[in-house]
Design a protein around this ligand. Structure first.
Ligand code: GLC
Ligand code: CA
Length: 526
């Protein structure tokens, strides 16, 4: 009953700037990625989601694209990109491109043209108004920027160097679909669609996410480009509920394969993420279990990415129980129903960065927030605490390959500081040790390849102590139990199941009365 390759595979996200530098300029690049494909093959992943590598002035590290059909010179050339696709495909790894079409860079030729005059042929590719309304930019302040020359405001839901495309204009659709087909013809494996739930925005109603025409656009996009071609498509949708996710991912609706939902990520963000409260495990448990209940759609499974703090620092304990908490979340997430995504470095338990000084902060979102909050009277210390907790640079420090200079990331000066814990936390030491975090991921990926219960089995949450997350998967008469103690304390677990065999993790003798050690996690057939 195999349906789609992407239901059995695990995707690995690469943030090119920070993965591997091949030429010593301190910036990761495509040849760097090519040199690590064998490592990824050893891990066992089946696809790479590549954060943007297109030509860009890098105001938002490539999420501001000035040419969708060219590669940023710091990352390499189109020839390098073609080589990456073919070298990856040789290893049965597909390349999933980041599709950023809610906005372009202000250096895109469409925008350069659009700014020239109100009657320019490209004017209507963007959103112009005589007066701003209340829409806000995700990167602080108003979403409107005044253009002196043409005396109108243009919309930017992100930085002012990321003008929003006007999806009310059918020409924009055609341009985007043409570009997508250009990449499909190069042999890519799919698209990760950046803030895709914003393209149906209804500007004058001040509606940004989930606009009324969003699903029509996605169906149209599917038919004009990737539909029927067996590609993985995943939409980034901050506003998705399970009901909305069914609309996106029910195959009969012909939109996308799945979406990234963020309910478990934003659960501890009261208003702004900068004021994040401590994680509540019972809340996470409730949210993730609810999402396991999708009926016709398909889930993505992730706990971190390039915009979020590191998994072990955010959800686990990155000090005393770094290794155990990293493994516990891996086991918990990878045995759920859906397609798991690993963010670079997660497989070796990389942690947040100990930011001290604002000079160490590179991210436009954090820098804009700092400016805004300083004006509002926050202290520098308060601001640095927020950045340390949830700033996006936590995920963007260089990949830690070994315990040599700059963690083996570059022979030059890295564009952003290397985490000082690299002598302890690095790929070289992980792959040379038994029972490491890396080996836990490797085993989980392998298990998914060979076990239908992981891919298709039914999910049921067990009633346990609040900080224990335990669930049952059932498939064709077989039953599997997955247990994770998500706390620094001993926890008691009692079930009536009998162990038939051990699947992964630190398995107890029996399940009737178990004292779980901190962050103990395992799966057994029962
Ligand atoms: C998405 C990306 C983020 C980017 C933003 C604007 O949320 O993941 O990195 O800054 O969109 O493109
Ligand atoms: Ca480089």
């Amino acid at each position: 009953m195999e349906q789609n390759w992407w239901q059995r595979t695990v995707v690995y996200q690469i943030y090119p700037r920070s993965f591997m530098d091949s030429n010593g300029d301190g910036v990761g690049d495509l040849q760097g990625i090519i040199s690590k494909l064998d490592y990824l093959k050893t891990l066992g992943i089946g696809a790479i989601w590549l954060s943007p590598v297109y030509k860009s002035p890098m105001d938002d590290n490539g999420y501001d694209i000035s040419d969708y059909r060219a590669i940023a010179s710091e990352f390499g050339t189109m020839k390098d990109m073609e080589e990456l696709i073919s070298q990856a495909n040789k290893r049965e790894i597909k390349i999933v491109m980041d599709l950023v079409v809610n906005h372009t860079s202000d250096e895109h030729h469409w925008f350069i043209e659009a700014k020239k005059s109100k009657d320019n042929k490209y004017r209507d590719y963007y959103v112009w108004r005589d007066q701003p309304n209340h829409l806000k930019s995700t990167f602080s302040g108003t979403a409107w920027e005044y253009d002196k020359k043409s005396q109108q405001y243009y919309l930017h839901l992100f930085s002012k160097r990321q003008p929003d495309l006007n999806w009310d204009n059918p020409k924009v659709h055609e341009e985007v679909y043409d570009m997508m087909n250009f990449w499909i013809d190069k042999g890519i494996g799919g698209f990760r669609m950046d803030v895709i739930d914003l393209i149906g925005k209804e500007v004058d109603k001040e509606i940004t996410g989930n606009g009324s025409r969003l699903h029509d656009y996605l169906k149209e996009m599917n038919h004009a480009t990737f539909g029927g071609k067996n590609l993985l498509t995943v939409g980034e949708t901050w506003g998705a509920t399970p009901e909305i996710a069914e609309l996106y991912s029910d195959p009969v609706r012909e939109e996308v394969s799945m979406v990234f939902q963020f309910e478990h990520i934003t659960a501890n963000w009261p208003g702004e993420k900068w004021d994040a409260e401590p994680i509540s495990i019972p809340a996470i448990k409730e949210i993730l279990s609810k999402w396991q209940g999708l009926k016709h759609g398909w889930n993505s499974l992730f706990l971190n990415n390039h915009d979020l703090p590191r998994l072990v620092s955010n959800f686990g304990n990155d000090e005393k129980y770094r290794v155990d908490s990293a493994k516990a979340f891996a086991i918990l997430l990878h045995l759920m129903k859906g397609t798991p995504y690993i963010y670079q470095g997660e497989e070796i338990g990389m942690t947040n960065f100990p930011f001290k000084d604002v000079d160490q902060v590179k991210d436009i979102e954090s820098l804009n927030m700092r400016k805004e909050r300083l004006e509002k009277g926050f202290s520098n210390n308060e601001i640095m605490e927020s950045i340390k907790k949830v700033g996006r640079d936590n995920a963007r420090t260089p990949m830690q390959w070994n315990d040599k200079k700059n963690a083996g990331f570059t022979k030059g000066e890295p564009w952003i500081s290397v985490n000082p814990n690299y002598s302890e936390v690095n790929v070289y030491s992980e792959i040379n040790k038994t029972d490491s975090i890396f080996q836990t991921y490797q085993k989980l990926i392998e298990l998914r390849k060979n076990n239908n219960w992981i891919v298709y089995g039914n999910f049921e949450l067990l009633d346990t102590e609040p900080n224990v997350f335990a669930y049952i998967r059932t498939y064709e008469g077989e039953t599997y139990l997955v247990v994770a103690n998500l706390s620094d304390d001993l926890q008691f677990l009692s079930t009536s199941y009998e162990i038939k065999s051990s699947i992964i993790g630190e398995t107890p003798q029996s399940l009737s009365e178990v004292l779980l050690s901190p962050w103990q996690a395992f799966s057994v057939k029962v």
